[in-house]
Design a protein around this ligand. Structure first.
Ligand code: PFF
Length: 454
């Protein structure tokens, strides 16, 4: 391993590497699998607009906050709070993040495993001459099966573990620098195909013409939860990655680039999916099966569908991998620095525990589906609790920490590195993290869990 180290700690080696890694974390299943289906479920453009509002007013400031905490402390998510606020309770915010990482990667690895299976099915031309019903049962039978989805999940987790084990520069950075440009090319090719389909206009209208009467309280909570999930916020992923960014990088530019890239890719994924869905008269609100059931139907009817289906599921797999490594890194950095495990041991240990949890998630779609909590199976429970509870809560504490505990002077010191800022910008940022973000998150959160009725 030839890691660049300063004071014993690894660092990313280039600006592009930093952006590719952080954008790689942000762009993932959240953008390509989840964003289109929840946009479909919550009524299209109205949901998109609320989501964009949350991204700008809450997502961006919280992202900058995480990067500040990470680079200032140069520690893992837990150690960062311990170092910046010694002997205080703040460290438990980091602990919450490490816990969320376990939960998210457990179900994330399962969905990523599905996309690996669908690359294989696409290559074997397995969607050909299947009726919509057959494609639907192909998916539901597959995810409920006891072995195949588990094997694919384990293959995916193995790849994730391998990259993380090699390290920050030679493992994570090297791989994301190849995978992210590949992902952009694939999505652009898919977009061009989608918008040149006859009847594509309806799909674009669904995505960009808001009908606010369709918006519900639940939709608003999901928009916030999804903003956190999609930007990889609220659990210390960007604290961890921020801790590997050197002082020559400007954190504001990094945060803006990553936020814009993530949002753009989500919208581009919508543009690739909805025109095709509408052009072939398929239900836009079909839920989690949207990309696995609906799209194979579309690919089957579309000229060039064989190639486009391979490209699409490859895109999904690559996007998932650049995100899963960032989630695993949160846990590995914690094990490594706090529990003093060697990186190799920490990676194996974390990967094995998360994979086991993942197996339970996968089986909860089939043989364990009668075990439910609040009417949710284990998979849906982890998804719901992490995206709608833990990440917003984490984001709330992170913004309070930067706003009130770290304070203006230390924030200025950190964000001035690698560039200059105006006092006006600083004032706006401090106002957002001290007041706006915490209040907005608290309201949406309490309303979402039914404790607030407005
Ligand atoms: N942002 C990733 C996605 O949109 O798929 C998922 C994710 C990665 C969530 C890292 C949380 C995280 F810390």
């Amino acid at each position: 391993m030839t890691e660049k180290r300063k004071g014993g700690r690894a660092e990313f080696s280039s600006k592009f590497g930093v952006i590719a890694a952080a954008a790689g974390s942000a762009v993932g299943l959240g953008n390509i699998w989840k964003f289109p289906y929840i946009t479909g479920v919550y009524g299209g453009a109205a949901f998109l607009f609320v989501y964009l509002g949350f991204i700008a007013a809450i997502g961006l400031p919280v992202m900058l906050s995480e990067l500040i905490i990470g680079r200032k402390s140069r520690r893992n998510a837990f150690g960062a709070f311990k170092k910046l606020a010694p002997k205080s309770m703040w460290r438990y915010v980091g602990m919450l993040g490490v816990g969320a990482a376990f939960m998210i990667l457990a179900f994330y690895g399962v969905v990523a495993g599905w996309s690996v299976e669908y690359v294989v099915v696409s290559v074997l031309n397995g969607f050909k001459s299947q009726t919509p019903d057959q494609l639907s049962s192909m998916f539901s039978d597959f995810i409920a099966a006891p072995f195949r989805p588990v094997i694919y999940q384990l293959i995916f987790m193995f790849l994730t573990g391998l990259i993380v084990m090699i390290g920050i520069k030679d493992g994570i950075e090297k791989n994301v620098k190849i995978m992210m440009p590949l992902l952009v090319v694939i999505i652009l090719v898919l977009d061009i195909r989608a918008i040149t389909l006859p009847g594509a206009g309806e799909g674009l209208k669904f995505l960009f013409h808001p009908d606010f009467s369709k918006l519900t309280g639940e939709g608003i909570l999901s928009a916030l939860g999804h903003a956190f999930f999609s930007l990889s916020l609220g659990m210390g992923t960007l604290i961890t990655y921020g801790s590997y960014i050197d002082n020559k990088n400007n954190l504001i530019n990094t945060a803006i680039n990553v936020t814009v890239a993530d949002t753009l890719i989500a919208v581009l994924a919508g543009v690739a999916i909805f025109p095709a869905v509408f052009a072939f008269g398929i239900e836009a609100s079909s839920g989690p099966g949207l990309v696995f059931i609906t799209l194979p139907n579309v690919f089957q009817q579309m000229p060039g569908g064989y190639i486009f289906s391979i490209l699409f599921f490859l895109l999904l797999t690559v996007a998932a991998l650049t995100s899963s490594i960032s989630i695993l890194e949160v846990v590995v950095a914690y094990f490594n620095e706090e529990l003093k495990m060697k990186r190799r041991v920490a990676t194996v240990f974390a990967t094995v525990i998360i994979s086991l949890l993942g197996i339970i998630c996968s089986l909860s779609m089939g043989i364990f589906d009668h075990y439910t909590f609040f009417d949710l199976n284990f998979f849906d429970l982890l998804d719901w609790v992490s995206a709608n509870l833990l990440l917003p809560l984490g984001g709330l504490f992170i913004s309070l920490f930067v706003g009130w505990r770290l304070g203006r002077k230390k924030v200025r010191e950190e964000i001035q590195k690698g560039g200059s800022i105006t006092e006006m910008f600083l004032s706006i940022f401090m106002f957002l993290v001290r007041i706006i973000a915490p209040i907005a998150i608290a309201i949406v959160f309490l309303k979402g869990i039914g404790l607030l009725n407005i």
